[in-house]
Design a protein around this ligand. Structure first.
Ligand code: GUN
Ligand code: ZN
Length: 499
């Protein structure tokens, strides 16, 4: 579901997926201009509620762009998060709408009531209702045509509420939607629940609108989030982690205290080494760590974009989810939604399908092949079916080739009729010859279903046994659905004609 998007704002065009570094107006470590120069930042995020506290009328008088000293696109959050963290804010929903309307950020956010992960269902329901009511009210209050508005989805861990929230807010006039409440899930590595939350929201939102995932700025989980269809990310992580002496990488988080080497190619890491950084004055150390953290995060964004273009995002997600077992768990949960994801997966791609471990059998391409074979396929009317286990590229010498339909069983796809062998991605797949249990299971199952559906179309069924260790499993699968299966030992008949 990963996608490259163009978002046109009052201060310029943005390519998505992208990362918005969060600017704390009271403590600017790196200015937005510096960020644009260093990392190619396109969009920054700040908090209208905090701006109101620090700058008051000044911000409405001069506008947010002059306050931050930045003429590029700016998004403001509303103080919703402060409600979750501190139990409330000293501003009304109407006030913060009007304040943003006048301050004129490129994207503004209504004051939602975040559900979080702790409340009872009753309370969670209230947060969703309040958020939707405020979203309706905000549509009436808005008057600045330059501002695009973000309507957050709430509901927390209650999928039915998340679905309802997404449906209701999706009906309203909003340009962008955000998914609320992942922060607590991210802090605790609760990726299974994060996947449920994001996919449920995506299933119920208008798909053409960009989706922002609040608080998700760790390079380790960006690929997974983009693959779920999220377009915008905000990162306060770069600075929060830096203050804690934590060093972000796409493979996980390290502590400066534990590092002997920097596993990174950014200028900070090339010009320094951990020992040197540890002895720097704290402020300088924080700034350098923050710069490194942003470099790796933007690096990952660029990588993800490139991989989307190449059609290789899925393989990258498989790799990234090796960073932590909980992330792998989350990815495996995503595989349970392949049915939904398959609708968005391009039918052809520029790239070879690389099999890269057990989760590859859960890819949308594999599901699509299975489905189409079951729903759209019609075997040619020939009396004999010849089943050939994988990798034997040579066509066996058959006595009546014109009367025989050859199908190969090629993991991870399973049955591939000869006439479809060049169709993407069946003929553009690379997989290790030694099969893992997931491949054997799906391929065997595919053959069983094929025979169940189409076995009756043939008078005779031959199975070539080429002594791959999974042949037994194939024979068993065949015997369970068709009678009088003829097994042909391929090693005995090579170069001989079969009667
Ligand atoms: N930042 C992190 N989570 C949230 C949320 O649910 N709402 C808002 N407005 N900001 C957030
Ligand atoms: Zn670095």
């Amino acid at each position: 579901m990963g996608r490259i998007g163009k978002l046109t704002t009052a201060h310029g065009k943005i390519t998505t997926p992208t990362l918005m570094p969060v600017i704390d107006p009271s403590d600017v470590i790196l200015t937005p201009i510096e960020m644009r120069r260093e990392f190619g930042t396109e969009l920054v995020m700040t908090n209208a509620y905090l701006i109101m506290k620090y700058f008051g009328e000044k911000a409405t008088k001069y506008g947010i762009h002059r306050i931050l000293g930045y003429d590029g696109p700016i998004m403001t959050d509303s103080g919703g998060y402060q409600i979750l963290r501190y139990g409330g804010v000293e501003v009304s929903p109407e006030e913060i709408i009007r304040y943003q309307d006048i301050m004129s950020p490129d994207i503004a956010t209504i004051l939602d009531t975040p559900t979080g992960v702790h409340p009872t269902k009753e309370r969670a329901k209230q947060t969703v209702q309040t958020t939707v009511e405020r979203a309706k009210q905000a549509v009436q209050l808005r008057s600045n045509p330059k501002v695009m508005w973000c309507g957050p989805v709430q509901g927390g861990l209650f999928n039915d509420l998340v679905a309802k929230s997404a449906r209701e807010i999706g009906k309203l006039d909003y340009h962008i939607h955000a998914i609320g409440g992942p922060v607590e899930l991210l802090e605790k590595y609760r990726y299974v629940e994060l996947v449920d939350l994001v996919i449920t929201a995506k299933q119920n939102l208008p798909l053409q609108r960009p989706v922002h995932l609040f608080g998700a700025g760790h390079p380790m989980m960006l690929a997974l989030s983009v693959a779920m269809g999220c377009d915008l990310f905000d990162s306060a992580a770069y600075i929060l982690y830096a203050r804690d002496g934590r060093y972000l990488t796409s493979e996980g988080t390290f502590h400066l205290a534990d590092l002997s080497y920097f596993p990174c190619e950014c200028p900070v890491c090339v010009e320094n080494f951990p020992q040197k950084l540890r002895h720097m004055p704290k402020e300088k150390q924080i700034k350098l760590l923050a710069i490194h953290n942003l470099h790796v995060t933007f690096g990952e964004i660029r990588r993800v974009r490139q991989l989307i273009i190449e059609g290789k995002l899925w393989e990258h997600v498989q790799l990234r989810c090796r960073a932590h077992p909980r992330l792998l768990e989350g990815f495996r949960r995503l595989l349970e939604y392949t049915n939904f994801i398959e609708r968005f997966d391009p039918v052809t791609k520029k790239s070879t399908f690389y099999y890269s471990g057990g989760e590859s059998v859960g890819r949308p391409e594999v599901l699509r092949h299975r489905r189409r074979l079951e729903n759209r396929y019609k075997p040619p009317s020939l009396p004999t079916l010849a089943i050939m286990p994988a990798f034997e590229r040579e066509r066996p010498k058959l006595s009546k080739p014109e009367r025989t339909h050859l199908v190969r069983v090629i993991p991870p796809f399973g049955v591939i009729p000869e006439e479809l062998e060049e169709i993407y991605p069946l003929g553009q797949t690379r997989a290790p010859k030694k099969l893992d249990p997931e491949q054997i299971k799906t391929a065997t199952e595919s053959l069983r279903r094929f025979l169940k559906l189409y076995g009756k179309c043939y008078k005779q069924i031959l199975l070539f046994n080429n002594e791959h260790h999974w042949s037994n499993s194939l024979i068993k699968a065949c015997n369970s659905v068709v009678e009088k299966l003829k097994i042909i030992e391929l090693y005995k008949i090579h170069h001989r004609k079969i009667k």
